[in-house]
Design a protein around this ligand. Structure first.
Ligand SMILES: CC(C)=CCC/C(C)=C(\C)COP(=O)(O)OP(=O)(O)O
Length: 383
């Protein structure tokens, strides 16, 4: 029986997230009505604490409920520092200036991949994920999110179309290729996306490379939805943002798990609905960890980017603290769903699938650790 056939047989049983800008900003400026304090946090349900791979992990200043999250499998600071050194040198080659290279170094994307890919010891392989994540974040900050860095919502869609051309080179169109090639060479974000994808091509199979490209392009569609909401000043309800966030999540980063692990999860397993659902759950949970850590940073922008906590606060007319608790609860439920899916898939006779599922869990545990420690999310004390 093929791997896919085995999976289909095993899984044949019953099948298993779903205003205006001014109003949003005004509400968020209000002081918290009833702050949640640590003593009010209900104790975690005993039975869920039993799996040693998961824990209720305090985060931030400890005042919000803990995140139910996989534990961090590996912390190897010298390895993370080595990846960061190589990453900063590469960023300079792509055309990022000294200050930008320093920012990239400070964020610690090398440390992120050291934490998130515990089954990869090789700094050069880790660099595949470090380069791609740094390039995605550069596009996210410089093109999409950060007004102070020149991001303009109305200019985003055509920039993303060029970003796709940078990652997935288009065939020559004679005289019409000249200006495109010049543009792709002249913009540091496009150079980084092109270089990082080329670097991936050295180790990944064509199927692995293309899955990275297409999940990136799906993520770009969600970015254009956020840009339209920001441009019009009509922010969406949380449910609509969350629908987009599921394709704009660390799922994209997780497409690299098997490449860094030095194996390949075949396409029919990778895209099996149960595996995809689990991977989207892992990516969404990891990006909800990002949203709860990004609130202060996002509020600093003159036109705040979309964020689950801020949109829930607006939807429910509640405080940021209350919206944070709701987001944590949602996160924890998604992790529990992932945990159940992982358990169910553990009966499938595929070593690659077992490694990949463990890789998804490991990525969530590493992502949590990175968000808790990266200066990118260090919050200023609130008044
Ligand atoms: C940048 C990247 C790896 C893309 C996948 C995950 C993702 C979309 C982000 C982390 C970007 O979300 P966001 O803009 O909210 O991130 P920051 O809060 O700006 O770090």
């Amino acid at each position: 029986m093929t791997e896919h056939g085995a999976l289909a047989t095993l899984l044949a049983g019953p099948s298993g997230l779903g205003t205006s800008a001014a109003r949003l900003a005004a509400r968020l400026a209000q002081p918290p009505a009833v702050p949640l304090v640590a003593e009010e946090i209900p104790p975690p349900p005993e039975e869920l604490s039993l799996d040693p791979a998961y824990a209720f992990r305090p985060w931030g200043d400890g005042s919000a409920p803990p995140l139910y999250c996989p534990v961090t499998e590996r912390i190897n600071d010298p390895l993370g520092e080595e990846v960061d050194r190589r990453l900063i040198a590469w960023a300079g080659e792509c055309g990022f200036d000294k200050e930008e290279c320093e920012q990239i170094g400070k964020a610690g994307f090398g440390r992120l991949v050291m934490l998130a890919h515990p089954d990869c010891e090789d700094p050069d392989r880790l660099l595949i994920s470090a380069k791609l994540n740094a390039a995605w974040w550069a596009a996210d900050d410089l093109y999409a999110d950060d007004t102070s860095l020149g991001a303009v919502p109305a200019e985003l869609p055509p920039k993303l179309a060029l970003a796709m051309a940078a990652m997935d080179p288009v065939p020559s169109l004679g005289e019409f290729s000249h200006d495109l090639d010049k543009t792709l060479r002249g913009d540091r974000v496009l150079v980084a996306l092109n270089s990082a994808t080329d670097f991936l091509r050295r180790s990944g199979t064509p199927a692995q490379v293309q899955r990275v490209c297409y999940s990136t392009f799906a993520m770009f569609v969600s970015w254009t939805a956020y840009a339209a909401w920001r441009h019009s000043g009509k922010y969406p309800p949380a449910w609509e943002y969350l629908a987009a966030r599921q394709h704009d999540s660390f799922y994209t980063s997780m497409t690299l798990i098997d490449v860094l692990g030095g194996y390949e999860l075949t396409s029919n397993l990778y895209y099996d609905p149960r595996v995809r659902e689990a991977a989207i759950q892992a990516g969404t949970a990891a990006v909800l960890v990002n949203d709860v850590h990004s609130v202060a940073k996002d509020l600093e922008d003159e036109s705040p980017p979309c964020n689950t906590v801020l949109l829930i606060a607006d939807d429910r007319k509640c405080t940021i603290e209350e919206a944070t608790a709701i987001t944590v609860e949602l996160h924890n439920d998604v992790v529990r769903d992932f945990q159940a899916a992982h358990e169910k898939l553990s009966g499938v006779p595929s070593l690659e699938l077992h490694r990949f599922m463990r890789g998804l869990r490991g990525w969530m545990g590493g992502g949590f650790e990175w968000h808790s420690t990266s200066p990118r999310y260090r919050t200023k004390p609130r008044n």
